[in-house]
Ligand binder design. Structure first.
Ligand SMILES: Nc1nc2c(ncn2[C@@H]2O[C@H](COP(=O)(O)OP(=O)(O)OP(=O)(O)O)[C@@H](O)[C@H]2O)c(=O)[nH]1
Ligand SMILES: [Mg+2]
Length: 205
């Protein structure tokens, strides 16, 4: 029998939430960077109407993913939010005033710039400024588009919004993006109680 600790509660002084469209890689990003087993709320899906790309995923997030990363400046709480619009309320609950946001967007789809614009508007990006970092995925698969095109869209909201290209499957990429999101000075908050659950897994074989 093996025990794996899963932290419930909030020991992190800094928090980063990944937001963005269905299937862009929010859960993947949390899993890539988290030092702990990620607490997830995935359910099986047979596809989502209006998804930005052909659906190859077999599950979708309906609650909040939670992971933790010990970065150079301390422990960071990582939240993956649901991409589907019908879970907007859950996403909003995960994002407190002190949470930095990473908006993941598709770089390679035809309407990539329009979709990025739509998300920026939904997040009220003009009010977020340095609390927001935009990470463009799959840009290498875009025939005729680069980061400058996204920069133009962001600048309509706030020139302080950081912009990166990243692959959510790549730990170094996500560490860089999270560091960018954390360029805000840390808010000092009282230490909160933490509970550690020990998830017991039976060894097979
Ligand atoms: N080719 C490619 N695939 C990627 C990239 N980033 C993520 N993926 C894949 O795309 C899928 C993303 O799935 P999730 O991480 O579940 O996406 P999500 O944003 O959490 O989706 P919802 O929670 O359902 O909104 C996974 O199969 C990843 O392996 C990328 O940069 N390039
Ligand atoms: Mg997810």
């Amino acid at each position: 029998m093996k025990e794996r600790p899963v932290v419930i509660g909030n020991r992190a002084r800094r928090q980063v939430a990944f937001v963005g469209p269905y299937g862009v890689g929010k859960t993947t990003a949390v899993r890539s960077l988290s030092d702990l087993p990620v607490v997830s709320t995935e359910v099986r899906t047979i596809g989502v109407r209006g998804a930005a790309q052909p659906d190859t995923k077999s599950s979708t997030t309906v609650g909040i993913d939670y992971g933790q990363w010990r970065g150079p400046e301390g422990v960071v709480g990582l939240y993956g939010t649901p991409g589907q619009e019908r879970f907007d309320t859950i996403r909003n609950q995960a994002v407190s005033a002190s949470t930095s946001l990473v908006l993941l967007v598709f770089g390679h789809i035809d309407n990539a710039l329009d979709e990025a614009d739509r998300w920026l508007e939904r997040l009220d990006a003009g009010e977020l400024g340095i609390k927001l970092t935009v990470a463009v995925t799959r840009l290498q698969d875009a025939a005729d588009r680069d980061l400058d095109d996204f920069r133009d869209v962001l600048d309509r909201y706030d020139t302080d919004i950081a912009l990166e290209s990243a692959d959510p499957r790549n730990r170094d990429d996500i560490a860089r993006v999270v560091m960018s999101a954390l360029r805000l000075p840390a808010l000092r908050r009282p230490k909160q109680p933490t509970t550690t659950l020990h998830v017991v897994r039976e060894e097979v074989g």
